[in-house]
Design a protein around this ligand. Structure first.
Ligand SMILES: [Zn+2]
Length: 208
C-alpha cells in the first residue's frame, strides 16, 4: 500500500469513528428524549439469591457503602436502575439512573435523593434539559455521563457500518471495472493496452 493510500485510509477510519461517536450520542439522546422508560419495582424483601454489588453511580459521601436493594429493568434503548438504602439515623437514600443507548447503554443520567427528617434533598444530576419541541415529551433530560464500555462498543459498531457504507460502492465499482477490462482507478478502457503497462489515462498500474 502506498503512503498516500495509508493516509487516506487512516483519515477515512478516523472520520468514521468520529461520526460513529456522534451517532452513539444522538442515539442515546433519542431514546432518552422520546422512548418510553421502563418501570422498576424494588423488591420488598431481599432475596437470598439477590446480589447487591454496589451503587449504580459513583458513591456519594456520607451514604451507606452499598444499597439495600437495587432493581434494573431494560426496555428498548433505556435501562432504569433504582437503588435505595437506609442510614442508621433513619434517613433513606435513593439513586435513580437512566442509561440510554443502543445496542448497549452508552450515556447515563442519575438523580440522587435523600429523605430525612427535613425536606427531601435532591442532588442535581449533570444531564441537560431536553428542548420542548420536536414532539419531545415534557420533563425529559439528555444524559451527559459517558458509560465507557457501552459508548466504545456502540461507536465501533456505528463506525464499522459507516465504513462499510463508504467502501461498498467503491468496491462494487472496482469489481465492475475489472470485469469490463477497464482501469480500476479511472475507468479508462484498457482494450489493447498490455496488462503490465500503466494506464494511458491516469498512469496507474493495472493492480492499482
Ligand atoms: Zn486509469
Amino acid at each position: 500500500m502506498k503512503c498516500r493510500s495509508i493516509i487516506v485510509w487512516s483519515l477515512t477510519v478516523a472520520a468514521c469513528l468520529l461520526l460513529g461517536g456522534g451517532v452513539t450520542v444522538l442515539t442515546a439522546w433519542g431514546f432518552a428524549a422520546y422512548a418510553e422508560r421502563p418501570s422498576v419495582t424494588l423488591p420488598t424483601d431481599l432475596s437470598p439469591n439477590y446480589k447487591v454489588v454496589g451503587w449504580p453511580v459513583p458513591e456519594v459521601p456520607g451514604w451507606p457503602a452499598a444499597p439495600r436493594d437495587i432493581a434494573v429493568n431494560r426496555l428498548g434503548g433505556n435501562t432504569m436502575v433504582m437503588a435505595t438504602a437506609f442510614s442508621p439515623d433513619g434517613s433513606s437514600h435513593a439513586a435513580h439512573v437512566i442509561e440510554s443507548g443502543w445496542p448497549w447503554p452508552a450515556m447515563a443520567q442519575a438523580v440522587y435523593w435523600v429523605y430525612g427528617k427535613g425536606p427531601p434533598l435532591r442532588k442535581p444530576d449533570d444531564s441537560l434539559k431536553a428542548p420542548q419541541r420536536w414532539g419531545i415529551p415534557a420533563g425529559r433530560q439528555l444524559p451527559m455521563t459517558v458509560l465507557p464500555l457501552g459508548f466504545a462498543l456502540n461507536t465501533l459498531l456505528a463506525a464499522t457500518l459507516l465504513l462499510a457504507a463508504v467502501q461498498l460502492p467503491l468496491a462494487l465499482r472496482r469489481r465492475a471495472r475489472r470485469k469490463r477490462g477497464r482501469c480500476l482507478s479511472c475507468g479508462y478502457d484498457r482494450a489493447g493496452v498490455a496488462a503490465e503497462a500503466a494506464c494511458p489515462e491516469c498512469g496507474k498500474l493495472r493492480a492499482a
